[in-house]
Ligand binder design. Sequence first.
Ligand SMILES: *Cc1c(COP(=O)(O)O)cnc(C)c1O
Length: 355
Amino acid sequence: MITFYPGPSKVYSQIGDYMQDAFKSGILSVNHRSPECVEMVRNTINLLHKKLDIPADYSVYFISSATEAWEIIAQSLVKENSFHVYNGAFGKKWFEYTQKLIPGAKGYAFGLNENLANLSAEIRSAGSEAEVICITQNETSNGTQVLVNRQKIAQNQESLIAVDATSSMAGITFDWTQGDIWFTSVQKCLGLPAGAGIMICSPKALKKAEETGENKHYNSLLFIHENFAKFQTHYTPNVLNIYLLNRVLEEIQEISYISDKIRKQADDWYSFFENSSFKTSLLVENNTVRSDTVIAVKGDEELIKTIKNQSKTAGITLGNGYGDWKNNTFRIANFPAIDLLEIEKLKNTLVQILG
Ligand SMILES: *Cc1c(COP(=O)(O)O)cnc(C)c1O
């Protein structure tokens, strides 16, 4: 079965062998504070810095999921007000989860086809009080993305910028300096089994964590940081996933190379649909806000059902629509672990179904 689901998504084909290697190496039974484990964590963090081009002064932490990052930010970096700018289901959920912890959290919803750059003045003024401004770089639910730009979002120099990059990190390049907290889960662009997350913090974010001084939770940011200063974790981590992450990072190209490839593949996907005579349309009409890593295609409910079923018969799983777009869209992951032959096969299958 070939899968284009945007998370959990196709794992790298080498994962089966790596899992065997992990078992044979004995690392799965090793204490997480032992020298072997500490060395693996240290090495994996180094590889993340190197392969993803993360600034040396940004700290990298292993957590359980992207959802946990939402909570860590609300607990440890916000005292009274965060500001959530969103246009889809994940950004909205982040806002709603935060509101439970921070009643003063504010939201700003923008339209599917609106470009954040054009809303800059409004957003800057609406979020001028915010301690943290929260944006979803790639909205997995509807296939849009935003360019993270500190000046365009934040009026107040003190505001931190938190970026949910769950379905784009390790797929495309970022200017990391435009954000203070970045996070992802490993089951999207990293092509790993689900069950681990990565959180990256700027020195400015750490300074704010110190000011806030929040230390009430096992996953309070200061406590996480103390542990990672020794390349240890604040709980017994998913050692298998760290091992797999390590092996995948050793294997993959640097992010600039991956990003060029992913962006070109995305262009190809969009022209494939635009130049077709299919009775489908691209969900996102404004081509300046279309995602590079998740392509959303719209059509009649019946047609969408047919496309998904017939693709399944051909051995291909498409991503279901999500939230508001559950029944009238399908999604195609454009993640690095998916290879060209699989993409060709899906294109041929779509031509057969729709041509
Ligand atoms: C998948 C996803 C999440 C949630 O990831 P979990 O691993 O389930 O916590 C959050 N935000 C975005 C944008 C996502 O795509």
